[in-house]
Design a binder for this molecule. Structure first.
Ligand SMILES: [Zn+2]
Ligand SMILES: [Zn+2]
Length: 279
């Protein structure tokens, strides 16, 4: 593959300056590179671009776009968090930064009853377990149901191109609290996929869980990918790179997996908008 539209730099929780990613992408022979730093969130945190750094981030990516024009197509994006009544409307960032495209993701699940927030991402299963207990009193169906409800609300009310790692809720579960085979879980997935399909959103196939050894399947997993293929929902492939060395992590293996399912094309962002690329 010659592209990656989901990357994080030192402006948020990634490791290096954006230019280091450009250099690594050129070495890999990439034609397209999208920067998707975590959009600022109005709370103390260690992962998002601080509000007062946002303009610098956008300026930096735009200047790289010019500098490397003719060598590689660089695009400016944000991975925007959706938390009801807490995060900014996606339109605010789209307009403020004149973004090329947007990734919409849920990392924090809000319980509207007690306003607590469950962080489902990060390296540690203990954080997931503690949050599930503190925010949802270990009621896994309520917690997972709320996660999908939040995703659905994002799909209905916000404007974005790609849905990020949409079954990440399974990552730290590892069959401990629920099985992905249970009917209620499958129903949540199907329900969300219908909304994704209606709104013509691109599903991201995200390799990060695998190469970070946090998950033994892609986001989304194989069974969900089969469903996505049957429904004709467009997909793209990304590694959610937090380091330049992760830009194409697990890409070759993933292409084999998805070709096996039947996929023959992936979505890529170009100067003329979204296009398909044969695999
Ligand atoms: Zn994410
Ligand atoms: Zn990300």
């Amino acid at each position: 593959m010659n592209f990656n539209f989901h990357t994080h730099t030192r402006f948020c929780d990634g490791s290096d300056e954006p230019e280091e990613y450009v250099k690594a992408a050129l070495e890999l022979g990439f034609h397209f590179l999208g920067f998707s730093g975590h959009a600022p969130v109005p709370m103390k945190n260690h992962f998002a671009i601080p509000e007062n750094e946002l303009e610098n981030y956008c300026r930096e990516i735009r200047s790289l776009q010019k500098k490397y024009s003719g060598k590689i197509n660089i695009f400016l994006s944000l991975e925007i968090d959706f938390i009801p009544e807490i995060t900014q409307n996606f339109k605010y960032f789209i307009e403020k930064c004149n973004l090329d495209y947007v990734i919409g993701s849920v990392h924090l699940v809000k319980n509207k009853q007690n306003n607590g927030m469950w962080f489902i991402d990060g390296p540690k299963p203990e954080t997931y377990d503690q949050g599930l207990k503190d925010v949802f009193e270990n009621d896994i169906r309520l917690a997972v149901g709320t996660y999908f409800q939040q995703i659905n609300e994002m799909i209905i009310n916000q404007k974005f191109d790609i849905i990020g790692h949409f079954d990440k809720i399974k990552m730290h579960n590892k069959n401990r609290y629920f099985s992905e085979e249970e009917k209620w879980y499958k129903d949540e997935i199907t329900n969300t996929l219908k909304l994704i399909s209606d709104k013509k959103i691109i599903v991201e196939i995200n390799t990060r869980g695998i190469y970070k050894k946090r998950s033994n399947s892609l986001f989304p997993g194989k069974e969900v990918l089969k469903q996505i293929y049957k429904m004709g929902i467009p997909v793209t492939l990304s590694s959610d790179a937090h380091k330049p060395s992760e830009l194409s992590a697990y890409f070759d293996e993933s292409v084999e997996i998805i070709k096996d399912i039947g996929f023959r094309e992936l979505m890529i962002f170009t100067k003329n908008g979204w296009k398909t690329q044969r695999i």
